[in-house]
Design a protein around this ligand. Structure first.
Ligand code: GRF
Length: 203
């Protein structure tokens, strides 16, 4: 079994889609939800799906490596960030090098980086009068939104679109693609890497 941890801090609509998707897959499971906000909807969602969750504390996350023990305890092979806003610390980037994906609600490298999250992204796209927007799914490195992009999908925009309608178009693409891109990536890259190594953190 290959095990995924989802890191999320918001409403968790992407987390919900990912959980739903992998509930139908035999050899890959969502084994853990990691969250940094006690009021986040995603915690409720995890509880309803019977998936354990872990609430992160900021100073522990940045100054100790306790989270590696948690990930190891749940034999986590792969991390999917889905609306997780904290920068991933170097020790975690290196422990999951090539095994951590994020989804960004714009066509990177445009509209990424610090401060570019949520409605800020769609407002910037609207202000620039872009004719299209979309999603970018990328590997996670030590900078916000700078890891290699492995997948993009686009939607057309028109003059009538507002930041809110852009958000809705983009979210639809997120829900359509993120879970299947994660599954394909795990099958094509992560499973063979784990086979060729000593099994990695999650073995
Ligand atoms: C999504 O737009 C995603 O691209 C971004 O954060 C948002 C999370 O939304 N990284 P949700 O909590 O999954 O609904």
């Amino acid at each position: 079994m290959t095990s995924i941890a989802i890191f999320a801090s918001g409403t968790g609509s992407n987390a919900a889609r990912i959980i739903e998707h992998f509930a139908e897959v035999d050899d890959i499971e969502v084994a853990l939800v990691i969250c940094n906000k006690s009021t986040a909807g995603v915690l409720q969602l995890a509880a309803e799906a019977g998936i354990p969750s872990h609430l992160l504390d900021r100073s522990t996350f940045y100054h100790q490596e306790e989270i590696l023990n948690v990930l190891s305890q749940f034999r986590i092979d792969f991390i999917a960030l889905a609306g997780f806003l904290w920068l991933i610390p170097p020790y975690l980037v290196s422990a999951y090098d090539g095994r951590m994906l994020n989804i960004h609600p714009a066509l990177l490298p445009k509209y990424g980086g610090k401060g570019m999250y949520g409605m800020h992204v769609h407002q910037a796209v609207k202000a620039a009068g872009e004719a299209e927007s979309g999603i970018s799914i990328h590997l996670v490195n030590e900078a916000f939104d700078e890891g290699s992009v492995i997948f993009q999908a686009r939607c057309q925009l028109n003059a009538d679109d507002t930041a809110e309608t852009i958000r809705a178009k983009v979210l639809k693409l997120e829900h359509r693609h993120y879970a299947t891109v994660i599954e394909d990536y795990i099958r094509d890259v992560v499973m063979s890497d784990l086979k060729n190594s000593d099994g990695g953190v999650g073995s």
